[in-house]
Design a protein around this ligand. Structure first.
Ligand code: SF4
Ligand code: MG
Length: 319
């Protein structure tokens, strides 16, 4: 069967205004030749520091941004060259959950009306809508009496539950969760992650789960892709990536994941400097300015993403 989503060589270049970098034409290569698939019912984690292109990738799949190059397929059909009308029809299969539910929930609207919105757009009649709102609130661990309250009357975790209820309203197939727990306390994070896992099982949902650190995606992902400066530098199933991640950037991110057993010490790999500007990325391997293992060839040749094992691909000259 076709994967639920297939992303093929997608690029998103944002033009930089003339003069900003003293050149005539330049681009921020936010997403630069990214390919992956998401299978039905699985969670693909997408990890990397801010500015690596993971949110842009999510927005491209949602058709909220236009591709510069490449194709996106949903259930085997290309969705990256559709008209606005056709996009509207496909888009009901996709929903997004955001980092800050407070910013995405209108403060002047009651919860009932917030969840009602997508139901109205998709033609539910009034009686069905009222039942569905109650059902959705219960599904996410809230109650019918919460429907008449306003977003500010809820905690951060509860607001994320409301965001999830709204995302589920019209039975999407894919949920793109962009840092959905990054703004929450650690104890609340695991509650929301567990809720997402339960919902996935109950409703056969597929997730693209975006996060900036590997510890958050560990419990929810089946496979994980690591992004750096607009490219996927390593992708593998979760066990392989966490036990046998090969790319020096993956290793650095892994070294920052806390280990529960204090006897097992892992040396923290500290990377030099900051992420370079995506408007002016380094030559060769774009990670060479920060890589502890960089050699001469790294500055000259772009490493290809090569398969090194079943479902495991890495782009590094040394691997
Ligand atoms: Fe480091 Fe070179 Fe590998 Fe890039 S190609 S990750 S610079 S060793
Ligand atoms: Mg982001």
């Amino acid at each position: 069967a076709a994967p639920l989503v297939e992303v093929k060589n997608i690029k998103k270049y944002f033009p930089v205004k003339k003069g900003v970098l003293g050149r005539k034409r330049s681009f921020i290569k936010a997403v630069d030749d990214v390919s992956f698939t998401i299978n039905k019912g699985e969670t693909l984690g997408l990890v990397g520091e801010s500015g690596c292109g993971k949110s842009t990738t999510g927005r491209l799949i949602m058709s909220l941004l236009e591709l510069t190059e490449g194709q996106i397929y949903f259930e085997g059909n290309q969705i990256s060259n559709l008209t606005n009308n056709q996009i509207r029809n496909t888009r009901e299969n996709f929903q997004m959950i955001f980092q800050d539910p407070y910013a995405s929930l209108n403060p002047r609207m009651k919860i009932r009306d917030i969840i009602n919105e997508p139901l109205i757009i998709h033609g539910y009649n009034k009686g069905d809508r009222m039942n569905r709102i109650t059902e959705l609130l219960e599904i996410v661990g809230l109650s019918a009496y919460h429907a008449d309250r306003y977003p500010h009357q809820f905690s951060g975790g509860q607001r994320q539950r409301i965001g999830i209820a709204r995302a589920l309203a019209i039975n999407p197939k894919l949920i793109i969760a962009d840092e959905p727990v990054s703004a929450l306390d650690v104890s609340i994070q695991s509650q929301i992650l567990n809720l997402l896992k339960d919902l996935q099982k109950s409703f056969n949902l597929t997730y693209l789960f975006i996060a900036h650190d590997l510890s958050v995606v560990e419990h929810i992902s089946d496979r994980v892709g690591v992004m750096y400066l607009g490219k996927i530098v390593e992708i593998a199933d979760k066990e392989t990536l966490y036990k046998n991640g090969q790319h020096p950037y993956t290793k650095a991110l892994l070294s920052a994941v806390p280990i529960p057993d204090p006897k097992l010490k892992r040396e923290r790999i500290i990377l030099n400097g900051d992420i370079p500007s995506p408007a002016n990325p380094p030559s060769g391997c774009t990670f060479h300015t920060r890589c502890p293992l960089a050699t001469e060839i790294c500055k000259q040749e772009v490493p290809k993403l090569r398969q090194i094992g079943e479902g495991h691909s890495v782009s590094c000259h040394l691997v």
